[in-house]
Write a protein that binds this ligand. Structure first.
Ligand code: ADP
Ligand code: ZN
Length: 739
């Protein structure tokens, strides 16, 4: 007899090896690799995933308790999890966790909600209402309420608002005056949109789309890099590519950066494809996520849109994966293992699913552009804006000269002030970008130079004036302002240094009370919907100037913005990371993409204390290819990606000496077994050397290929010979090497 009768189950709980269970007769043939099941471990029920099927060889093994989902993971997703486990040095079940998010693990079902609607004409209802007022006041109240609402209200909120029980409504249903409508819970049902139709593509768009369609038609794996300046119509190409995938009976998955997953983006896709769209967002309830997950798995819905983790969604018969703004750092999971990059996962998944992968960007990551030039990806170029809008003009303003002119400190050069006032007068809008939140950057003793730091992290505390507290940007610790220096107890004042967005806003209001401002940074967007809310307010022109951190540079479309001011364009260059130039170039390009997206001409002002810095000139001229040539030379010279692969190994622990020693020992063990073409750099304190009472040390590995070194790392990780209080994080292809 050759039937599989034992299933090896990988528990969701932390236990790296699988446990064997007998497959009971009633589940024979239905248990597959990747099925979700429930089993007894001692006396407790645990959930897990079937990892292996085999013949019974032992007696007395316990049976599987329950089959939760036969088709939980498709074959390609299962293979993807295996690859991730090897490539990212993570236990298989941690990789599987990405594909079985909390809504799946906890088996959260979508909640239904009940709406109450009239079953009579308005006239009949009004008549009935006046009759009921005499002795059935509660029923009359219900009818009045419904007559007064624009849309059928939710039963639950109706009852709560009127403070009545359900029976009044039930009676009206029996009288055929009302009817109850059951719908699935969703926050999108109410969104309004106007249907949009495919645009006639310009010749560049048509050429790019044709290449993508060719791959789709062939149904073989191919990655395309769509390199198109902001506003060049990449999204229109995505939309038409998705349509082609649908025509071929395949599904499509679109990833956008976390911050760009706004209703504006979603509506653009819904407007084209109607409601056949699953939005995967961590702000949605678990029930909604389950519904979206289920609809994708059955193929009922064929388009998914989401942020990073949506790359693992179970879209059936996946034909097309699109990654918008592929260079965006939010696609990389750095804080937790597996330290995956959604773009790289997309390429691997595309390969496993024989799907077409499209990476889009106005400023491709150096790695992707190099892959395109090397022929690994197919390069498509959109060189001009799709509408009448022209590229904005860019100006570099020397802040040293500007400050000499105004005779003191100011955030704003005369050029920027003039520009803003002119925009206010014309009813246009301005964005001001400063990559630091808070009011003042630090408090320092003018005598002994003592700096107020977080007691839990090795970080300077930022002064937030709105709450009048010093705050740690790593752990959110807050404390009162220092009145005197705790170190020298001197008589001189504690001083402030450096500025943040809060200060920029206050200064602008003080200078020009008539200019209306809004601020968008992590402090003003803590609440669930505040980000979207601020964005809507600014779009509705409730303010003239929007001040914010880099979150305002990305993805938004504000038709009336014609001026973008970058207040400290050079700040990013101070971070000792091989990617800082690349990030700054991207930031400036993204920010300038916000200026003049409609037919109004845009302008960008870059304020800097390094007006001669070559990078700023490249950024100002928006010459990506020149930037690429310069940067790639440096990468080659110093041997950084794409000329090698990097791994960052980070240790953190409560004791500094022990953590450092552990890192050093681990590094030595690795040196002894590493492949010969691998360079292992020394152990150093991390860029943030202490976070939340844990000291951090790290070292970098430069190598030719990830898998051989990952294998060594995995063996060492499994034999870990260090204390439990120390954590190790293996960051494969890290996007940041310093912090
Ligand atoms: P990107 O995604 O590259 O930033 P979008 O797709 O948002 O660019 O396009 C910018 C603007 O150009 C949008 O308003 C879009 O509707 C418009 N557009 C795109 N393609 C065309 C086209 N072929 N004809 C006319 N307008 C277009
Ligand atoms: Zn702290």
């Amino acid at each position: 007899m050759s039937k599989n009768s034992v299933a090896g189950v990988l528990l969701d709980r932390n236990l790296e090896k699988h446990l064997d269970y007998e497959i009971p007769d009633e589940m024979q043939g239905r248990i597959k690799i990747g099925s979700r099941v429930e089993v007894f471990v001692r006396n407790a029920l645990c959930k897990g995933t079937v990892a292996i099927l085999k013949q019974a060889s032992e007696f007395n093994i316990r049976p599987l308790h329950r089959l939760i989902d036969e088709h939980s993971l498709s074959e390609p997703l299962w293979q993807l999890a295996h690859w991730m486990s090897r490539y990212y040095c993570t236990p298989l079940q941690k990789a599987l966790k990405c594909m079985t998010p909390p809504n799946v693990r906890r088996e959260v079902k979508q909640k239904t909600r009940i709406l109450v609607a009239l079953d009579l004409t308005r006239e009949e209802a009004l008549k009935l209402c006046s009759e009921l007022r005499r002795n059935e006041t509660k029923q009359a109240l219900v009818l009045e309420k419904i007559l007064a609402s624009e849309k059928p209200p939710l039963l639950a909120s109706l009852l709560e608002e009127l403070k009545i029980s359900r029976s009044a409504v039930e009676t009206l249903v029996k009288k055929k005056a009302l009817r109850l409508i059951e719908t699935k819970e969703s926050d999108l049902d109410d969104a309004e949109f106007f249907p949009s139709h495919p645009k006639i593509l310009n010749s560049e768009q048509a050429a790019c789309l044709m290449e993508i369609e060719k791959s789709l038609d062939l149904g073989t794996f191919q990655t395309h890099l769509l390199f198109g300046v902001t506003g060049s119509g990449k999204t229109e190409v995505y939309l038409q590519a998705i349509q082609r995938a649908l025509d071929l009976g395949k599904s499509a998955l679109l990833l956008v950066p976390e911050i760009a997953l706004t209703s504006q983006t979603i509506e653009r896709f819904r407007a084209r494809f109607g409601l056949k769209l699953a939005v995967l967002h961590h702000r949605r309830s678990l029930g909604e996520r389950s519904a979206a997950w289920e609809a994708l798995k059955t193929g009922e819905v064929k388009i998914a849109i989401g942020a990073r983790s949506a790359i693992f969604c179970p879209a059936k018969n996946l034909g097309l994966i699109l990654i918008d703004e592929e260079h965006d750092s939010s696609y990389k999971q750095s804080e937790e293992m597996p330290t995956y990059h959604a773009r790289d996962i997309a390429v691997m998944r595309g390969k496993l699913e024989n799907a077409t992968v499209v990476l889009g960007s106005a400023t491709p990551s150096l790695d992707s552009y190099a892959n395109a030039l090397g022929g690994k990806y197919r390069l498509g170029i959109l060189s001009t804006r799709a509408t009448l809008a022209s590229q904005p003009t860019m100006r570099i303003v020397d802040m040293k000269r500007a400050l000499d002119k105004v005779g003191g400190f100011s955030h704003f050069s005369p050029e920027l002030i003039e520009g803003m006032l002119e925009r206010v007068e014309k009813g246009e809008q301005t964005l001001l970008l400063l990559n630091r939140r808070g009011y003042r950057r630090m408090q320092i003793c003018s005598e002994c130079r003592y700096i107020a730091k977080c007691p839990h992290c090795d970080l300077t505390l930022t002064y937030h004036k709105e709450v009048n507290l010093l705050r740690c940007h790593l752990c959110d610790y807050q404390t009162l302002l220092l009145r005197e220096c705790p170190s020298c107890k001197g008589h001189s004042q504690m001083e402030f240094r450096g500025f943040g967005t809060e200060h920029v806003e206050k200064s602008l209001r003080a200078l020009f009370p008539q200019i209306r401002t809004l601020r968008m940074d992590r402090d003003t967007t803590r609440e669930k919907k505040s980000h979207e809310e601020l964005f809507k307010q600014f779009r509705a022109h409730k303010a003239d100037v929007l001040i914010g951190t880099q979150m305002i540079a990305k993805g938004f479309h504000f038709p009336s913005v014609t001026l973008v001011g970058i207040l400290n364009a050079d700040a990013a260059l101070q971070i000792p990371d091989f990617r800082s130039s690349e990030s700054l170039f991207q930031l400036i390009a993204q920010a300038s993409g916000r200026a003049g997206r409609s037919d109004l001409k845009g302008e960008v002002i870059l304020q800097t204390f390094l007006p001669d810095h070559p990078l700023l000139h490249l950024a100002a001229s928006q010459n990506y290819t020149a930037f690429y040539r310069k940067e790639i030379d440096e990468r080659r010279q110093f041997s950084f990606p794409p000329f090698c692969r990097l791994v960052k190994v980070v240790f953190s622990g409560p004791d500094s000496t022990e953590t450092e020693r552990t890192a050093m020992n681990f590094r030595m063990a690795l040196v002894n077994c590493a492949p010969s073409d691998t360079e292992i750099l020394p152990v150093l304190p991390a860029g943030h050397p202490k976070i939340k009472e844990r000291y951090r040390f790290q070292f970098l590995i430069k190598t030719k290929a990830i898998l051989p070194i990952a294998e060594r790392l995995e063996t060492l990780r499994q034999n870990r010979a260090f204390s439990k209080s120390i954590q190790m994080l293996i960051d494969i292809d890290p996007t940041a090497t310093f912090f």
